[in-house]
Design a protein around this ligand. Structure first.
Ligand SMILES: [Zn+2]
Length: 417
């Protein structure tokens, strides 16, 4: 089916990563950085050149495009989605992608910082790419495979479908979002305009992984109000909020309930920032678990730790506020099992073994799922993301394109006349 097709995902990817699209968590603009438009506009031009005539970018930086249905069956509208921005963790400016052709298992020394070496020991998955091409950055920046690999794969999928009009499919929407890395990827999405009933993000790792479960997430802010007095005459009066916050942090569990001591399905609470003066100080936490009742239990445990510290300081007071961030997509996807089943079928047709993994984080898909657009996550091949050692195997990128082509057809096959 793909033997005569010259995949374009890798070459597109190499172009896209050289366009700086880093998002900015400090910005209150949408998109957070105007430079994200630089890639979005390229995508629109390429989609128009393929013959996808409604491709456009809106004022918020979202690219919408449609592959019109070519079947008389009533197929639900599906959407393939990925994000154009790269993470603020690491520079995305002047990315120099390097193709390591016919990789042979050797250590990959990044030329612009030779202290950075990508080894099969650290990344055993590299050995699966022996005999194939691997792409890395040069040592000064991240690569941007998260998520420009997903973008390139959806673009290649569109290219393939436009060249193969004989393949039957329903209406397929393509969506490229800004600001996923700063949690704003769905902020200005127009779901009515999108008009899809199902979406799949392409924002996952190893070929074969299919993610239908994310953390449930809350944020907690503990604000302590102390009692202020002139430090020269403060005896018996001053209650220092900074010290109380320090005591709360010191009272947190040492060998469990933290990101650094948990894995797999274990949850945690995690202080992420602190600010204040002697009079008033606050500390922010993220709370994570796969089960909502455990998420609540972690929050209750944190609250009781803080209260037991506060009990020692009757003149101090505490505000404890909980803010919902996102919820495990599984609770939605379980109501629509065929969405994941069809994806798994597409993996099988592409010759892949399906590996279901819970994501210890959130995706745009978790938010979309709760916005009435159920949305599991498909692999793109990206590895060591948000770092200068980020890399991707070209073979995986092609497999992702194959999966999308199969998935588009499976939705048509399963639909009724
Ligand atoms: Zn991503």
């Amino acid at each position: 089916m793909f033997s005569n097709y010259k995949f374009t995902a890798a070459s597109r990817f190499i172009n896209y990563v050289q366009i700086d699209t880093q998002s900015d968590p400090q910005s209150d603009q949408h998109p957070s950085t105007a430079k994200q438009f630089n890639l979005s506009k390229v995508l629109v031009e390429e989609l128009l050149a393929m013959g996808i005539s409604d491709a456009h970018v809106d004022e918020w930086g979202y690219v919408y495009a449609t592959l019109p249905s070519n079947t008389d069956k009533a197929v639900p509208v599906i959407c393939f989605c990925s994000h154009v921005d790269t993470a603020p963790d690491c520079s995305g400016e002047h990315v120099k992608p390097i193709v390591h052709s016919n990789y042979q298992g050797q250590d990959i020394v990044l030329p612009d910082d030779t202290s950075l070496v990508i080894t099969a020991k650290d990344y055993p998955y590299l050995t699966e790419h022996i005999g194939h091409d691997v792409i890395t950055a040069s040592g000064l920046t991240l690569l941007g495979a998260d998520d420009k690999s997903g973008v390139a794969e959806i673009m290649d999928f569109a290219n393939y479908m436009m060249q193969h009009p004989e393949l039957k499919h329903g209406t397929i929407r393509l969506l490229f979002t800004p600001d996923e890395e700063i949690g704003q990827g769905t902020a200005k999405i127009d779901l009515a305009k999108l008009g899809a009933t199902v979406a799949y993000t392409l924002d996952g790792g190893e070929a074969g992984t299919l993610e239908d479960e994310t953390f449930s997430a809350d944020g907690v802010t503990i604000t302590v109000h102390g009692v202020i007095a002139h430090p020269g005459y403060a005896k018996g009066k001053l209650v220092n909020a900074l010290k109380i916050v320090g005591e709360i942090l010191a009272a947190l569990p040492k060998d469990n309930m933290s990101p650094e001591t948990t894995e797999k399905r274990e949850g945690f609470f995690h202080p992420t920032h602190i600010e204040g003066i002697a009079e008033k100080a606050s500390v922010g936490f993220i709370i994570r678990d796969f089960e909502n009742h455990l998420l609540e239990a972690h929050t209750a445990q944190l609250k009781s730790i803080a209260e037991s510290v506060l009990a020692k300081y009757p003149q101090a007071t505490m505000d404890f506020t909980v803010k919902e961030q996102y919820r495990n997509m599984r609770f939605i996807l379980d109501q629509h099992p065929h969405i994941t089943i069809y994806a798994a079928e597409a993996y099988k047709r592409a010759g892949l073994t399906v590996v279901k993994e819970p994501i210890r984080g959130g995706t745009d898909g978790s938010r979309l799922s709760y916005m009435n657009l159920p949305c599991p996550n498909i692999f793109t091949g990206m590895q060591a993301i948000h770092s200068k050692k980020e890399w991707i195997g070209v073979k995986d990128m092609q497999k992702a394109v194959e999966v999308l082509v199969h998935l588009a057809q499976i939705w048509e096959e399963k639909a009724i006349h």
